[in-house]
Ligand binder design. Structure first.
Ligand code: ZN
Length: 124
């Protein structure tokens, strides 16, 4: 089974040292240091009648106020490494399903060969 997303994650761990970066981010957190970003005016900062966007109504001066960066460490690192977390999760689920299927198949084969059936396996 091909797992391009999980392969990408493994590659990123090895080449971009994402585990070390993760440890560093944890250490920053322990020091009480958080990631923040300056406010940037967006669509919601302007009145709809202000077509030239001259007067922001948010009351904030651009780049003067810092805002806590809410992205989780996992998502931030995934974005940095170009890893698709949803894709990784889909592949994990598919791998697990394949393992279950193989396990069921092996159990069936064993039952045929040895005539093994446990009471809880009998579905009559
Ligand atoms: Zn603004």
């Amino acid at each position: 089974m091909k797992t391009p997303h999980l392969d990408r994650m493994k590659h990123a761990r090895e080449t971009l040292r994402t585990q070390e970066i993760s440890d560093f981010l944890d250490w920053l957190g322990e020091q009480g240091i958080v990631l923040s970003r300056p406010h940037e005016h967006g669509d919601s900062c302007y009145d709809t009648t202000d077509e030239d966007r001259e007067y922001p109504t948010c009351g904030l001066e651009q780049e003067q106020l810092l805002f806590y960066h809410h992205e989780t460490k996992e998502k931030l690192l995934a974005r940095y490494a170009g890893v698709d977390l949803a894709g990784c999760e889909e592949e994990r689920v598919a791998l697990l399903e394949e393992m279950r299927k193989r396990h069921r198949q092996r159990r069936k084969e064993r039952e045929v060969v040895y005539g093994l059936t446990r009471p809880w396996d009998r579905r009559l």
